[in-house]
Every structure is written in structure tokens, then in C-alpha cells.
Design a protein around this ligand. Structure first.
Ligand code: PEP
Length: 258
């Protein structure tokens, strides 16, 4: 049985003060809904420690939005995995389409980061997803296959427990356009099938695959209720309690039946 997981990606948003109050709101909600679902928030790096403090003893976990693969050293501007763990991170988002698009992150670089984070026991939320042009050219599965093969290169089956996949069609991120349930389920099933071939069917069955792309309170239950969707990576709607908390509640309700 896969446990539903809702993670909020705050991207380059919030202030110190709004990050702390949003974290505190999420913590209060999760005290009510846990232990049925896993919840994480991923604030901007300068606010990680303050958010960790605001989360207090709640079961909300802390995630970073990026990490570098090398050990601490002369890499100006980068975030070492050890540093993220030092401030209480349990997760890091890797392979996000915005990092691929704006910062030129390649499958090879993402792979190095995945291997480094997972092998040091920092949980990875590994994002994959096709562009609109890819989908229109019927290349969705081809693109997913390339990103998955790249990301999982050299990743031993023993590390899979540290990794969650997020299927995020690029055309659905921040656009208000969501993948239809059929599109989402088909992509998730494809990813699970790929994992079964690359590793083995039981490992694929255990792996959580989140959906991301304009998830909101009014579509969250339908998307997270799909057979191969195990939660959501939420961007815009994770920035306000009144938008994010209903998504957590929807997951908690689903967890009773799914
Ligand atoms: C994201 O960037 O991970 C994301 C899913 O964003 P949004 O929910 O705003 O589409």
C-alpha cells in the first residue's frame, strides 16, 4: 500500500515572515490529518531553517528545491546535501522542469544529484514530464523514457526507497491547465511499467509517483484518486493555506479508501 504524499514547492516565493506563518498553518493541519498522509513543504533555501522551526514537532517534513552532488567545498552558490540535512531537510526536489529550462540542467547532471542525494539518505522528489510540443508530437512516452533512463542511471534498486517520482507535464505547470485524469493515469502507468522493466514489478509497485501541474482543491481528489497517482507536487496552490490545506484534506480523505 503506497502512502499518499502531498508536497508543496514554494519555488522562489514567500518572505521570511510569510514562509513561517504558512509553515505553521500547514503544521496545525497536519497534526489533525496525520498519520494518514505524508506532507512536505519546500521553501526557498534562505528560509529552510526558519520554516523547520515553524514546523515544530509536527510531522510535516522539510524539503529543498535544489542540491549539488559534490561534497562541501569550492562551489560558490551551491547547496551541499550535508548542509540541507544539517538544517533538517528530508527531501530535495530534483529534475524540476524550471531547473531544466532556466538553468540548463541535463539528465546527466540530474542523475549525479539523484545518486548523491539518495545514497546519502536525503529523499529525492525526481520530476519528469514532457513539453506541449512533445505531447503534440506524440513523444510523451519517449521523453519520459529518456528522462527516467537518465535519472536512474547507476541507481541501485536498494536506493529506490529514497526516491519519489513526480510526473509534471510542463504544459500543466503554473498554467491552470491540468492533465485530464486519463492523461495523468496513462503517464503514471507508463512510468510504473518502465520501473518494473528497469528494476522489478514489486519495486515498481512500491514506488510513489506524484502528479504535478496546476493541482488545486477542486481537482486534487480526482487526480490523487487515480490508481497510479500517489499524491501531488503542488506549486502555486501551496503558497496559501486556504488553497493548500484543502489538498492535504483531500489526500487524508482518500487515504481512508484508496
Ligand atoms: C510545480 O512547479 O512543481 C508545480 C506543480 O506548479 P503548479 O502547481 O503551480 O502548476
Amino acid at each position: 500500500m503506497r502512502r499518499l504524499f502531498v508536497a508543496g514547492n514554494w519555488k522562489m516565493n514567500t518572505t521570511l515572515s510569510s514562509a513561517k506563518s504558512l509553515a505553521a498553518e500547514v503544521a496545525v493541519e497536519v497534526q489533525k490529518t496525520q498519520p494518514r498522509v505524508d506532507v512536505a513543504v519546500c521553501p526557498p533555501a534562505p528560509y529552510l531553517l526558519a520554516v523547520k522551526e515553524a514546523l515544530g514537532d509536527s510531522k510535516v517534513s522539510l524539503g529543498a528545491q535544489n542540491a549539488y552532488f559534490a561534497s562541501p567545498g569550492a562551489y560558490t552558490g551551491e547547496l551541499a546535501i550535508e548542509m540541507l540535512q544539517d538544517v533538517g531537510c528530508q527531501w530535495v526536489i530534483l529534475g524540476h522542469s524550471e531547473r531544466r529550462q532556466h538553468f540548463g540542467e541535463t539528465d546527466d547532471l540530474i542523475n549525479k544529484k539523484i545518486v548523491a542525494a539518495a545514497s546519502r539518505e536525503l529523499g529525492v522528489i525526481f520530476c519528469v514530464g514532457e513539453s506541449l510540443a512533445d505531447r503534440q508530437a506524440n513523444k510523451t512516452e519517449q521523453v519520459l523514457e529518456t528522462q527516467l533512463a537518465g535519472g536512474f542511471a547507476g541507481v541501485d534498486v536498494g536506493l529506490l526507497g529514497q526516491i519519489v517520482i513526480a510526473y509534471e507535464p510542463v504544459w500543466a505547470i503554473g498554467t491552470g491547465v491540468t492533465a485530464s485524469p486519463d492523461q495523468a493515469q496513462a503517464a503514471h502507468l507508463f512510468i510504473r511499467g518502465w520501473l518494473a522493466k528497469r528494476y522489478n514489478p514489486p519495486a515498481a509497485e512500491e514506488m510513489r509517483i506524484l502528479y504535478g501541474g496546476s493541482v488545486k482543491a477542486d481537482n486534487a481528489a480526482e487526480l490523487m484518486g487515480l490508481a497510479d497517482v500517489d499524491g501531488a507536487l503542488v506549486g502555486g496552490a501551496s503558497l496559501k493555506g486556504e488553497l493548500f490545506l484543502p489538498i492535504i484534506r483531500a489526500a487524508a480523505t482518500l487515504a481512508e479508501t484508496k
